[in-house]
Design a protein around this ligand. Structure first.
Ligand code: IVH
Length: 693
């Protein structure tokens, strides 16, 4: 640990660590540490060297910009070094940057800044001689990079020839891989048993630095230009960065999208927030935004300090990956009995929040990643996605760790755990005997889109399913008493007095809950079917079933062939419905619900206009993010026009509506020849439907 070592020994250790990781990162394209951890070590070394300059060695990682180019490619010296940017992580640092800029320029009024996303790819430099692409190089160590011209020539977005009178033009920008292509590529790598890449950036780097350009060509890389070498500025038909980008766009370069020109520090921070909110919907990874003084003359006046320009700043988002220790692996039981291993972590700040738990998905995933208690792990939290353990750092594994195995018995109820051959998920076989499954089943039953019982949340359900409630008169004794609620039907027999005995339940709230339960007695059939929690029956299928069969009785008595008549119900779904209704205990619960006065309301017949208009009677599948319409809103509008929204693409699908980041559904649509439309296409169909076309 830091404190235990002499500064000289610590510096030597840091140098060695940083060199090892830099090699893994730049040369092998397989980073071993998250960037934030690398930066932390780097800053620690910098600080040590600052307090004791005698510790600086010529080979210290602080003494150069990147790592040496690999020897596989010819080296190209950059005419003008490829520098890096100074980073800011807080608003204060941005305010300080703007102040420095204004002081240096002697300006009081707000400065105009060109602002752009900061791509998380790799920097390249393209040199055009007499309008022809002559050289394409990676950044390398900033002074010299690798000659990857042949590979860059395979990128469709890079013009091989441009229409300019300039004898020499050097354009700089970023090569990146879109997230969708990254996922696809890793799937293919996995299928072939080849190495997977850690993130899109390393995949882009690995793909560009291929000895065989055909491999690069197959990898779908993108290029975006964000600059022109400063030496040429006076020859260029632009006096500010924004205009320069427009000029590049005119030469048919793909130029950074979402760029803008803003005024002063308020403009900078406003842009940062705006892009931050849209970040997860962008098709590629960005790790922050870049601010550049817009006027090129001012850029020249400001110049450079050591490794970075004074006129620009990278404002970074909080790191999405961080290192921490895995202190335990718990196994959680879900509604259908699925066992999920959950990582208990030493609290760590990542993606802007403190994370203490992260999902490990399932046993196969834990095995594949070989995650063990005691490991140092990389925790990832991107956007609003649930935090996950991305990988371990094998070099930091202590001795004596043991591989994880799923328990043979349910950690909650002790029933046997089953894992069907070929499936990834282990399940508790306890059914409603298992308190965890009971709890989840009840929460699902009561949830807003099911029976919609207001106020029946997690805390309360916890008590209802496990509490050994006394009848209020005597102190609970140390013995196991029957829980108040075992099945959803028990809810409808709860009395105000019983509920009032639970913790933190005043008479008024008890009364409210019993009333809310009472109100839920007449649900539409579709919601009731959804509430039952039948495996593979989501909201849409529940609605289809309700519509098709009309009554609960008809549905319950339908055999598999009858179920298969329902649009979008395939053999797997049909079987799980039939199995569900064949189980005596499920029948008992339903009978008890009906006996308690629950009365599902028959579904309305399909809308009369089915079969006319461009939407009525058609099946839509939504995929990806629609920029202007939430999925719920899109579904409501499609259904209002008599259409249907299905969860998966089949031959019966009429339209796939694809938004940003559309994935496998889009591919399937293409494979099946299903019509694919975008949000605008959907809007126009809806408009036609509304106009009565
Ligand atoms: S301008 C003097 N603009 O960030 C450096 N860089 O830390 C001028 N990057 O290696 C760079 N997006 O690869 C600039 N819109 C953008 C960028 C960007 C990503 C990368 C670039 C560079 C690193 C600097």
């Amino acid at each position: 640990m830091a404190g235990a070592q002499e500064p000289a020994a610590r510096a030597a250790w840091l140098r060695q660590e940083l060199q090892r990781h830099a090699h893994a990162y730049y040369v092998l394209d397989a980073p071993t540490l998250p960037d934030a951890e690398y930066d932390r070590l780097f800053r620690e070394l910098e600080a040590l060297e600052q307090t004791a300059p005698g510790l600086v060695t010529p080979d210290s990682p602080t003494q150069r910009v990147g790592a040496a180019p690999s020897t596989a490619f010819a080296s190209v010296a950059h005419r003008v070094p490829m520098l890096s940017l100074n980073n800011a992580f807080s608003d204060d640092e941005v305010v300080a940057f703007d102040r420095r800029v204004r002081e240096a320029l002697g300006r009081v009024e707000p400065v105009a800044y060109a602002v752009e996303p900061k791509f998380d790819g790799l920097a390249v430099s393209l040199t055009y001689v007499d309008g022809q692409l002559a050289t394409g190089a990676t950044r390398g160590d900033g002074e010299a990079g690798e000659d990857v011209t042949a590979n860059l020539r395979t990128l469709q977005s890079i013009p091989l020839r441009i229409d300019t009178a300039l004898p020499l033009l050097e354009v700089r920008g970023e090569v990146l891989m879109r997230r969708r292509d990254f996922i696809r590529m890793n799937e293919a790598q996995r299928a072939r048993g080849e190495r997977e890449f850690v993130n899109p950036r390393n995949a882009a780097a690995g793909s560009l630095r291929q000895l065989d350009p055909a491999v690069t060509a197959a990898r779908r890389l993108w290029f975006y230009a964000y600059g022109v070498v400063a030496g040429e500025a006076d020859l260029l038909p632009a006096d500010c960065h924004g205009a320069l980008m427009d000029w590049l766009a005119g030469l048919r370069f793909p130029v950074v999208p979402d760029r803008a020109v803003v005024a002063g520090v308020d403009g900078l921070l406003g842009y940062f927030r705006d892009i931050g909110e849209r970040r997860s919907a962008l098709p590629y990874d960005i790790d922050g935004v870049v601010y550049k003084v817009d006027a090129l003359a001012d850029q020249q006046r400001l110049g450079f300090v050591s490794r970075a320009p004074r006129f620009a700043l990278a404002h970074k988002f909080p790191a999405e990956e961080a290192l921490t220790e895995l202190v335990g692996i718990d196994v959680q039981v879900g509604r259908t009995g699925a066992l999920t291993p959950v990582a208990r972590l030493r609290p760590v700040f990542v993606g802007g929040v403190t994370v203490t738990n992260a999902t490990l998905h399932n046993e196969d995933e834990v095995r594949r990643k070989d995650v063990r208690v005691g490991d140092t792990v990389v925790v990832r939290r991107a956007g609003d996605v649930i935090p996950e353990v991305a990988r371990t750092v094998p070099e930091r594994r202590p001795s004596g760790t043991i591989a994880f195995t799923m328990p043979a018995n349910c950690p909650v109820c002790g029933s046997a755990v089953a894992k069907p051959e070929g499936e990834a998920i282990s399940r508790c076989t306890g059914g409603l005997f298992c308190a965890a499954q009971r709890k989840q089943a009840l929460l699902h039953f009561a949830s807003r889109r099911a029976m919609d019982i207001e106020g029946l949340g997690e805390k309360l359900v916890d008590q209802l399913v496990s509490a050994s409630a006394s009848d209020g008169a005597v102190e609970p004794v140390l013995e196991l008493r029957a829980p108040l609620v075992r099945t959803p039907a028990d809810l409808y027999r709860l009395t105000v007095t019983q509920v009032g005995t639970l913790e933190r339940m005043a008479e008024k709230s008890a009364r409210n809950l019993v009333e809310a339960i009472d109100v839920s007695r007449r649900p539409p059939l579709a919601r009731f079917v959804f509430a039952l929690g039948i495996r593979n029956v989501g909201e849409t299928t529940a609605r289809d079933l309700a519509r098709h069969f009309g009554t609960l009785d008809a549905l319950m008595t339908a055999a598999e062939p009858a179920l298969l008549q329902v649009p979008d119900v395939g053999p797997v779904v049909a079987q799980s419905i039939a199995t569900f209704f064949a189980q005596p205990h499920n029948r008992e619960v339903i009978d008890a619900l009906l006996a308690a006065g629950v009365d599902p309301q028959a579904a309305a017949p399909p809308p009369a206009q089915a079969g006319v208009g461009p939407v009525a009677g058609r099946t839509f599948v939504l995929t990806g993010t629609l920029p202007g319409l939430s999925r719920d809103a899109a579904r409501v509008r499609i259904e209002a026009a008599g259409g249907k929204v299905a969860g998966s693409v089949s031959k019966k699908t009429d339209y796939v509506v694809a938004g940003e980041e559309a994935g496998s559904k889009l591919e399937k649509a293409r494979a099946l020849g299903v019509t694919v439309i975008d949000e605008a296409g959907l809007q126009s169909l809806l408009q036609q439907a509304a106009d009565g076309d």
